[in-house]
Ligand binder design. Structure first.
Ligand code: ZN
Ligand code: ZN
Length: 308
């Protein structure tokens, strides 16, 4: 029951020889979700052994090139690989307006549908849901309409209380529904309430991706208590004015958000190219929020599956 994030790019807009623009892959029990798709994402996926064909859903935070310039190349490659499954892309309403003409020009013979799903970046709403996970948007404050995404495991199953199940002679075929919260009703109509047969479920795991944004406490209720928060930290505090002006955050501000939201772990990234020593970001953030880690290319952050 994997729930992990792999960083494919940690840099902001200008390219460097060591760091790539924003892209991440979330693995939820071997379902892969691509989050942003900066230039070079395909190469980063190759390097990190992420199979292109496993990606069915792509979430784009906003229409700045360092978050979406890799999309056209990625889709084109999927065509070359002979994909037939639909590809779902979530993002601002303009996303389809920008990419449909390119698809029509470069990839008109695709054997799969590219389906764009409009995300309202102004309010938090559910943008995707399946039996394992629910994804909702996190409105952010940037120079163009932008949202982050909250990925949350859906209703983990209750644990079976084995001794009670044996005591009440519950047939095996009834167990799946009991794990989902149903009472047991015997053939004679007798009822055993669910709480006698189960123990509480483990907590649902969650990941919040927040890039790009200036410091905004408005996101705190939406990301409260998440296991893992990615928050951009484009600058250090010596450039706080520049952060404010360009609608970005400093490492300290990212840490302040993490502390106020009481998250368990913070990853910071989207570093400005002007900085060469990334450990300064970690140092600054850890003064406020010690459980801070750098989003380095290829790093995987695993949220453990805790049984009880
Ligand atoms: Zn950016
Ligand atoms: Zn941006």
């Amino acid at each position: 029951m994997q729930f992990s994030v792999t960083v494919l790019g940690s840099n902001s807009a200008l390219p460097t020889s060591e760091r790539n623009p924003t892209a991440q892959v979330l693995n939820v029990s071997e379902r892969f979700f691509l989050i942003d798709c900066g230039e070079g994402t395909q190469m980063q996926m190759r390097k990190n052994h992420i199979r292109f064909t496993r990606i069915n859903h792509v979430f784009i935070s906003h229409l700045h090139g360092d978050h979406c310039f890799g999309l056209m190349g990625f889709i084109s490659t999927l065509g070359l690989l002979g994909r037939t499954n639909d590809l779902h892309i979530y993002g601002h309403v303009d996303l389809e307006m920008v990419y449909r003409p390119q698809l029509n020009y470069f990839s008109k013979d695709l054997k799969f549908n590219v389906k764009f799903h409009i995300v309202n970046t102004e309010v938090s709403e559910t943008v995707y849901e399946d039996n394992k996970i629910i994804v909702s948007s996190i409105p952010l404050k940037h120079r163009v309409p932008t949202c982050g995404y909250l990925f949350k495991e859906k209703n983990p199953e209750l644990h079976i209380n084995k001794s009670s199940v044996d005591y009440y002679n519950i047939p095996i075929k009834s167990i799946p529904l009991i794990k989902k919260g149903s009472d047991y009703i015997g053939e004679d109509g007798s009822l055993v309430p669910n709480h006698l047969l189960t123990k509480p479920a483990r907590a649902a795991r969650s990941y919040a991706f927040c890039s790009d944004t200036k410091y905004s406490e408005e996101i705190i209720p939406l990301i409260k208590d998440v296991d893992l928060l990615y928050h951009e930290a484009t600058f250090l505090s010596d450039n706080e004015n520049l952060a404010e002006k360009t609608h970005h955050s400093t490492a300290r501000q990212a840490a302040q958000i993490a502390a106020k939201a009481k998250v368990k772990l913070l990853i910071i990234g989207h570093f400005s190219t002007r900085y060469k020593d990334m450990t300064l970001f970690e140092k600054e953030a850890r003064e406020v929020f010690p459980a801070t880690y750098l989003a380095r290319e290829g790093a995987t952050f695993d949220i453990p599956y805790l049984k009880d």
